[in-house]
Design a protein around this ligand. Structure first.
Ligand code: PMP
Length: 287
């Protein structure tokens, strides 16, 4: 069966869901997006994702042509029409069709797209690490500083992160950790990072990274388990010498990083806190 896509108010077979070659997200990456996971027919933290999209759109001054409630309903309807129980869904918002000029005034009507993939069939799955956790490098590409592009804005332009990801591919590892221009740890191209040391969790400060929804979930879970959690300025030293390092994201869940720049983290296996958080998060997804 052909996938069904939501495009500007219509549910269309994927082959008929066309976006203009003059669309400003295609021409300039001008827009924002969200990825939401659905398990057993239920979306995880859908309202938080919709709120974050509306915030990104506010910053970009793009008007979303739906209420938050109607947008959430359209996500669910897209999943339903595709017949998925477990799915990745993605909302993409573009400034819309305009001209080959980055002047935002030339694109007056936003383009809104919702797509859904079967969770088991995501093409990126074939690249996921098969070992006890992810092997990473620290990328030479620095995370764009917040004075240039605000990292909490989940923008359609991921070039900064794609450069880091290309470094990971060249190095033959699973992912790349990006530092900021002051040498502090930020995030990987698509995941937030936590360091575990002496039973405490530390994570880079929110102003320097995407304010991940899974990051928030892990901070809550850690507190419920009685593990102190704090935001901190972390360097490569803190990664290399951690007891555990873990990453969080909607698409990837909670994953251990077991090696950074050739140094095993802890004993090189997924640690007990990462395992416990992963199990508790999995239980939340299906509860
Ligand atoms: N950082 C970046 C740059 C991301 O793209 C993502 C994925 N959305 C994350 C962190 C993780 O955020 P979340 O838990 O909201 O998926």
């Amino acid at each position: 069966m052909e996938a069904i896509v939501y495009l500007n108010g219509e549910y269309l077979p994927a082959s008929q869901a066309k976006v203009s070659v003059f669309d400003h997200s295609f021409l300039y990456g001008d827009g924002c997006f969200e990825t939401i996971i659905v398990r057993q027919g239920r979306p995880f933290r859908l309202d938080e994702h919709v709120t974050r999209l509306f915030r990104s759109a506010t910053v970009l001054r793009i008007r979303i042509p739906l209420t938050p409630e109607a947008l959430a309903a359209a996500v669910l309807e897209t999943v339903r029409r595709n017949g998925f129980q477990d799915a990745y869904t993605r909302i993409t918002l573009s400034r819309g069709e305009g001209y080959a000029s980055s002047d935002p005034r030339l694109a007056e009507k936003a383009t809104l797209v919702i797509i859904a993939y079967d969770l088991g069939g995501h093409p990126a799955e074939r690249f996921t690490s098969k070992g006890p956790g992810m092997r990473c490098i620290i990328a030479s590409t620095r995370r764009t500083p917040p004075v240039c592009v605000e990292p909490r804005l989940k923008a359609n332009n991921y070039l900064n992160q794609i450069f880091a990801r290309m470094e990971a591919v060249s190095a033959g590892v699973d992912d790349a950790i990006m530092l900021d221009i002051a040498n502090f740890v930020t995030e990987t191209p698509s995941r937030n990072i936590f360091v575990v040391r002496d039973g405490k969790l530390l994570t880079p400060r929110a102003h320097n990274v995407l304010n991940g929804i899974t990051r928030e979930v892990v901070m809550d879970l850690a507190q419920k388990n009685g593990w102190p959690v704090a935001e901190a300025d972390l360097t490569a030293y803190d990664l290399y010498t951690a007891d555990e390092v873990l990453t969080t994201s909607t698409a990837g869940g909670i994953k251990a990083i077991v090696e950074v720049d050739g140094r095993p983290i802890g004993n090189g296996q997924r640690g007990p806190i990462t395992r416990a958080l992963g199990e508790q998060y999995e239980a939340m997804l299906v509860s």
